[in-house]
Design a protein around this ligand. Structure first.
Ligand code: IMP
Ligand code: MG
Length: 176
């Protein structure tokens, strides 16, 4: 059984789009400071690249969540594996995520973070699969790219913890 990955969005396109998002975010938050929260592990490469293009004062924190059960479909019950280091009360918070699929993870996470009373709470995702959404309460403020219902890897996204290092977004194929 073999796997192969084909390029869906090449590195240049990914990084140009991230630069645009960084500029847009910097304009939108002008005069304020931004607290960016990276959702580990998938959001890490996106967060690093995005942060390079944010020109307003900013801070970073990291959170690691896991949904119960394995496989490629999330169940929406989110367990906090690593919580934030700092309080977010009164701060302008931007969640940085790799991909919104069913939306269950973010729907749950939003509720948890809103209880901590940030001044604002917005969501930035590298990829969005709108066709797959099963919740209606996830509002994405910044999207890198919309993708079809295919399993994508690279730029932080994994299949079985692998392929996160690819500098592009790829689609995984299985041949047996
Ligand atoms: P959701 O709760 O269904 O929105 O799940 C979102 C999470 O599932 C993401 O943060 C990813 O970790 C994972 N995920 C969903 N689709 C993909 C994919 O195509 N490739 C890699 N991971 C994915
Ligand atoms: Mg993830």
């Amino acid at each position: 059984m073999g796997e192969s990955v084909s390029v869906l969005i090449d590195q240049k396109k990914v990084e140009e789009r991230i630069a645009e998002l960084g500029a847009e975010i910097s304009r939108d938050y002008a005069g304020r400071s931004l607290h960016m929260i990276c959702i580990l592990k998938g959001g890490v490469m996106f967060m690093c690249e995005l942060a390079k293009h944010v020109t307003i004062p900013m801070t970073m924190d990291f959170m690691c969540c896991s949904s119960y059960g394995g496989g490629t479909v999330s169940k929406g019950i989110v367990k906090i594996v690593k919580d934030l280091d700092e309080p977010i009360e009164g701060r302008d918070v931007l969640i940085v995520e790799d991909i919104i699929d069913t939306g269950r993870t973010l729907s749950h996470l939003f509720k948890i973070l809103e209880q901590r009373k940030p001044a604002s709470l917005k969501l930035c995702t590298l990829l969005d699969k709108p066709e797959r959404r099963v919740v209606d309460d996830v509002n994405v403020d910044y999207t890198g790219f919309q993708v079809e219902d295919e399993f994508v890897v690279g730029y932080g996204l994994d299949y079985d913890q692998r392929y996160r290092n690819l500098p592009y977004i790829g689609v995984i194929h299985f041949d047996d």
